[in-house]
Design a protein around this ligand. Structure first.
Ligand code: 1GP
Length: 250
């Protein structure tokens, strides 16, 4: 549990962690290598690699490049069983607990488990919850599940607690990539106060101020993806990291 312990340590030392998502369809080759070089030393705590739907990319090649260039842990955030690679440091073993599609609750996992064992990847079991965010997201469409209503925190709380009782190590509140609306602070606050495992929040976070608000509400980790693809600006990475780490001591 080296990477999981590292993540817990980040929260302890910095108040919260900043994770950057690399979508293999968006960056590849030299462009990807340069991007990862920029993440090093910018205050990012780990790189996530994955996507709900990969159209024209090589996942294996993407993870290999990210790992080759990254000074920080590389964690797979898989959209499907095809997104497994021994080059990563760990994998979020995601169960889509907000939905009732058995395939994404426990189907792909059975296929992936022997592969993950063979590769010796660290597994971080994660309860993944899609939260309604304005319009249909790719994750919602592909998984054929309904997201949780964003104005009913009590439903999210019950799901998160059930995940904890099932022995999961984290919960992930996901508005969806490029979401119109990110996960509401009210929901983050309610979930965080109800469970003892770390809460990851992602989807539709576009400014450092947004990221800071998520941490103030109780997020242990904030994930951004698209915004850093739309802005090739190294300062923005630092600004996000500072906003997420605002509780850092010393
Ligand atoms: C990670 O899917 C998100 O949880 C990433 O979302 O691309 O909107 O930042 P964005």
């Amino acid at each position: 549990m080296k990477i999981y312990r590292y993540l817990l340590d980040v929260v302890k030392k910095k108040g919260a962690g900043y994770l950057v998502l690399v979508d293999p369809d968006t960056r590849r080759g030299d462009d990807l290598a340069i991007f990862v070089d920029r993440l090093n030393g910018s205050g990012v705590d780990a790189v996530l690699v994955g996507g709900s739907l990969l159209v024209d990319s090589s996942f294996q090649e993407c993870v290999r490049i990210v790992k080759e260039h990254s000074d920080i842990p590389v964690i797979i955030f898989p959209g499907s069983v095809k997104q497994v690679s021994g080059d990563a440091d760990a994998i979020l073993f995601i169960s889509l607990i907000s939905g009732r599609n058995p395939y994404y609750l426990f189907g792909e996992h059975v296929i992936a488990a022997p592969m993950i064992k063979r590769l010796g990847l660290e597994v971080i079991s994660t309860g993944y919850m899609l939260v309604e965010s304005g319009r249909m997201t790719t994750a919602e469409y592909i998984s054929n599940t309904k997201p949780l209503p964003s104005d009913k925190p009590e439903i999210a709380m019950a799901h998160a607690l059930a995940a904890q009782y099932m022995g999961m190590k984290m919960v992930y509140l996901e508005a969806g990539s490029g979401a119109d609306r990110s996960v509401p602070e009210e929901m983050i606050k309610s979930v965080k106060s109800y469970i003892d495992i770390p809460v990851i929040v992602g989807g539709g976070i576009r400014t450092p101020e947004d990221a800071r608000k998520k941490v103030m509400a109780g997020a242990d980790f904030v994930v951004t993806g698209n915004i850093l693809n739309d802005n090739d600006n190294i300062d923005l990475i630092r600004e996000f990291a500072e906003a997420v780490h605002f509780k850092k001591r010393g």
